[in-house]
Design a protein around this ligand. Structure first.
Ligand code: FAD
Ligand code: NAP
Length: 339
């Protein structure tokens, strides 16, 4: 077997919460062959297989009785380039932000608003990563996944991924699809999205009137660095809750009671409420219980001050959910994948 298996391996450095748990077995997949070998081994040993990338969207609540397979496959290739539209394919184990920077350095735009999101290319379709008004569905050109049930490879089109707000067919069918490589349709003529949040304002402050895609990437990276805790310093998994979609009736009712409520009307008539506003209004911002807490600047982000367990973080999240439901009649859904 070419796969290097580690027995009873610590996962502390493989989850951005920095939770200390152990995996029965751990291995890294550098290519499709390693992936198939790991899959066969897990079937033969009747051991579950948990595939991870950068571990930045995981909450591990205890030791993982599985073969944990970290995707470490590398490779980026240009499949089509007509001087305007470029299709680029990247292997699942590529680091997302490094890939974004590579595309920008090649003069390709489309991924700039998704700068500085932690994790890997292969995990990006799982929840249709999004930030500052762009989601990967907007630049998606296809992906190749292994069907873990049949062992067959399958190419997915945009429609087949059924991307939604932090959602996809891959998230809906947990454990079925192992994403091997993803394709993006990028552009050599930058069509920038600057209208979201403080992006344009930051560029103006920097004296940039005609930004390039790289300027936008740098501006967004600097905004994110100021607002979000760095997992290398303070364990976290980014936003812990999705922004809830509620009916216009409930949103109106809440707005009457809380005029400062932040809500964004959606095309389907629902209203997307800022979960961070709800959590802050309920008094949770900066709350800490042992080493599990709510970040002092970003109430959407749960943090591990050092030795919090996954169960402690989960318990805190559940208390927040119950409190928000009681106060506002709004259900908050957790965003990270809980194991
Ligand atoms: P992991 O956490 O390793 O895995 C996530 C899930 O995907 C797991 O269920 C895992 O089993 C599965 N998985 C991983 N790789 C594969 C694969 N190749 N095939 C099949 N399944 C796979 N998210 C956003 O959408 N927008 C943001 O702006 C954003 N900002 C963040 C900021 C911070 C500081 C942090 C810590 C997180 C942020 N996130 C954000 C969440 C996270 O970075 C993304 O969801 C990212 O795509 C997760 O990638 P990962 O490689 O770390 O996945
Ligand atoms: P923000 O700019 O303070 O805005 C708060 C919330 O309001 C965001 O969650 C965003 O929803 C929504 N919003 C703001 N402007 C909007 C607009 N013009 N139209 C529709 N919705 C709007 O948010 P932030 O926390 O600093 O994050 C900035 C961006 O990075 C957001 O897109 C956020 O999703 C993303 N981010 C995601 C994570 C994660 O882990 N998932 C972590 C950090 C940042 P949306 O979230 O739907 O965009």
């Amino acid at each position: 077997m070419s796969l290097q298996l580690q027995v009873d391996a610590s996962l502390k450095s493989f989850n951005s919460f920095g939770v200390e748990v152990r995996a029965s077995l751990f291995a890294e997949a550098h290519n499709d062959f390693d992936v198939r070998e790991a899959l066969q081994y897990s079937v033969d040993q009747q051991l579950p297989l948990l595939v991870i990338g950068g571990g930045s969207n995981l909450l591990l609540t205890g030791d993982v009785h599985a073969l944990v397979l970290r995707m470490a496959s590398r490779g980026i290739r240009v499949l089509e380039d007509d001087g305007e539209r470029v299709v680029v394919e990247a292997e699942a184990g590529e680091v997302w932000h490094a890939f974004v920077l590579w595309t920008l350095a090649q003069g390709m735009s489309g991924l700039e608003n998704l700068s500085l999101i932690p994790g890997t290319v292969g995990a990006a379709p799982m929840q249709n990563i999004g930030a500052y008004g762009v989601e990967i569905k907007d630049v998606f050109a296809g992906l190749t996944a292994l069907d873990r049930q049949t062992g067959e490879l399958r190419d997915f089109t945009l429609a087949e991924c059924t991307f939604g707000y932090r959602d996809s067919v891959f998230k809906q069918q947990p454990g079925r699809w192992l994403i091997l490589r993803v394709r993006f349709a990028l552009s050599r003529m930058a069509r920038l999205h600057l209208e979201y949040g403080p992006v344009r304002q930051r560029l103006t402050e920097q004296g940039i009137e005609q930004p390039t895609a790289s300027d936008v990437s740098r501006a967004i990276s600097s905004i994110r660095s100021e607002k979000l805790p760095d997992p290398a310093v303070l364990g976290n998994a980014g936003s812990f809750f999705k922004n809830p979609l509620v009916s216009a009736v409930l949103a109106d009712e809440l707005k009457r009671m809380y005029p400062e409520l932040i809500g964004y009307p959606q095309a389907d008539g629902q209203v997307k409420l800022a979960a961070g506003w709800l959590i802050e209004a309920a008094g949770w911002k900066g709350y800490r219980e042992l080493d599990a807490g709510v970040h002092r600047l970003q109430s959407l982000v749960l943090v591990n001050y050092g030795s919090a367990t996954g169960m402690q973080l989960l318990a805190l999240a559940q208390r927040i959910q119950a409190d928000i439901e009681q106060r506002f009649a709004v259900q908050l859904e957790m965003e990270p994948n809980v194991y």
